[in-house]
Design a protein around this ligand. Sequence first.
Ligand SMILES: Cc1ncc(COP(=O)(O)O)c(C=O)c1O
Length: 314
Amino acid sequence: MDLSSVTVFANGRFCHYGDAKVGLLTHGLQYGTGCFEGIRGYWLPEDRELLLVLVRDHYERLTTSAKILTMSLPKSVDELVDITVELCLRNRYQRDIYIRPFAYKSAEDVGVRLHGVPDAFAIVPIPFTKYLDTSKGLHVCVSSWRRSDDTMAPPRAKITGLYVNSALAKSEAVLNGYDEAILLSHDGHVAEGSAENIFLVRRDVLYTPDPSQNVLEGVTWRAIKHVAREELGLHVCERSIDRGELYSADEVFFTGTAAGIGYVASIDRRTVGDGTIGPVTARLRDLYERIVTGRDPRYESWLTRVYASAQVNV
Ligand SMILES: Cc1ncc(COP(=O)(O)O)c(C=O)c1O
């Protein structure tokens, strides 16, 4: 991907991607001392509008992640939303995009710690490229890697260095012929995918690991729980989930900003349901897609309209 012409926000100003350099010894690069977000923007050609989804929720989570790392963001959530809209406008994006805000320890020295190291912040918006092919069922495995425990480094914060855990699991899965991995936590309960939350459907109840199961509390995860309760009247049960429950579920699906809603066709070579998308997953996916593409006016508050908010015609 050629990023040279992309305008980014770094060190408090807008500049070209290539002009925003970090040094080789940067703390965040050497030690993973940073946190980040992933925000989706959906381009609606018929409305000539770019919709950012639950952008405030992402910046609220980033603020919490930073706090856990004893970092602070340079701007308030409202200011960050405004900067993000301006960034989209400056790039004149007329396509689906993915926005990556991040904060990191910026000292260029040696010595692992959090205290006494300055923080830096940047936002990089890029064209969206498919993360997981969710048009077909995903074949997944339970990873031999366990999800990091909150007592080691808290997965509820989206911490840069923690993604080694996800990368180990994802690559193991893909190199063994699967599409994605499910990580169990140290005590053997289901946590999440490498970059997605997980839901199970059994006898018309929706199950998902509760926040104490070493999961990232996903923005999409929260949205889907809301839609399941409000629109489908489903009972949503958040509790610890055993590995065996994965194999006996009627439906299993992942949720994530980048991944969207992806249904699982098999787990460890055991077919989920009949291997096709289940009725609950299909309805939730349809409702979610309608919401994020601005086709459900009841959920307008979840969206930030980039061009309308700036009153710019493109
Ligand atoms: C480990 C992990 N879990 C879950 C998610 C899903 O979270 P969200 O819906 O906020 O993208 C992600 C994606 O960011 C993730 O990296």
